[in-house]
Design a protein around this ligand. Structure first.
Ligand code: ARG
Length: 285
């Protein structure tokens, strides 16, 4: 089976409220819908060209950020831990995302749907990144997700969680400032993290595997990338970042995602990988 991704029909995308510092309703002003539709289609084509297969969630009037399905759930081994949003503006997305997961379950793409315990917030893969190399979850907390949600992820999936505190309003989801790549490198933007979080990153990622994003890379939303094999699909990239990744053997695929950057999101959060599986842990005697 090809790598499976969820995306959302962008026809109701809008920038009508401000819940992160990148959101620019004035710059968006409702007139770039066609550009958003084209940008989403280009991202879908890039995923398919890299070998992926995409399932679309239908658009819902009044839910402009439904285009960011990374925030729908944390998914591993067929299990989906559904998100609970911190901002009231996005809570309406929980029901349509749940319905989408029930349809995925009916198709056999998901085997179990789990709800987050009451009182906690967690915004899905935006703050819960599976690291295939290290076989662990990196979780982000602070602006959107509760710290304790990391413990729920550890229990739900039976995997190690490394919790990282996000220290700025600009990098409000972990996926805006941290991306493990298939070869074991981690592309990340250090100023987004607390000192303790940086120490945790450095404890798990050897110096040769650290690819430090510049402020320009992070502001271009290039850390918010999809890595599929040796392909790294991202928003329009500074040339130096492209060269650094190519020097490590990656193929950088750029997609113009400017309309979505006006909402504070780009390639990674416009998608959700559905078929990640962990390696079986060895049974201990
Ligand atoms: N406007 C959305 C929000 O602020 C953008 C979400 C982008 N998602 C992400 N995982 N970075 O919630």
């Amino acid at each position: 089976m090809r790598p499976q991704f969820l995306m959302t029909d962008p026809s109701e995308f809008d920038v009508s409220y401000v819940i992160n510092p990148w959101m620019r309703p004035d710059a968006w002003a409702g007139h770039r819908k066609a550009e958003a539709v084209a940008a989403s289609a280009a991202l879908r084509r890039a995923l398919e060209a890299a070998g992926g297969e995409v399932t679309m969630v239908p658009a819902e009037p009044g839910l402009p950020d439904l285009v960011f399905p990374a925030n729908a759930a944390v998914v591993l081994d067929g299990k989906a831990l559904m998100a609970r949003f911190r901002c009231p503006e996005r809570r309406g997305e929980e029901a349509p995302f749940r319905a989408a997961f029930e349809r995925l379950a009916a198709r056999g793409l998901i085997s179990e749907i789990v709800e987050l315990p009451a009182g906690l917030t967690h915004e899905g893969a935006g703050d819960g990144l599976w690291d295939e190399t290290r076989q662990l979850f990196w979780t982000g907390h602070g602006p959107r997700s509760s710290r304790e949600a990391g413990d729920v992820i550890a229990r739900t999936f039976g995997r190690t969680v490394v919790a990282l505190e996000l220290a700025t309003p600009q990098f409000y989801h972990l996926d805006t400032c941290f991306r493990p790549l298939s070869g074991g490198e981690v592309l990340y933007y250090p100023p987004a993290f607390s000192a303790e979080a940086l120490a945790r990153i450095e404890a798990h990622v050897a110096p040769a595997q650290r690819i430090v994003a510049t402020e320009e890379d992070a502001a271009a939303f290039c850390v918010n990338a999809v890595c599929l094999g040796r392909s790294v699909i991202m928003a329009r990239a500074p040339a130096a970042l492209r060269q650094r990744l190519e020097a490590r053997g990656y193929r950088v695929v750029e997609v113009d995602l400017d309309p979505f950057i006006l909402s504070g999101g780009a390639a990674f959060c416009m998608t959700l990988r559905l078929d990640l599986v962990s390696q079986p842990t060895l049974a201990r005697a």
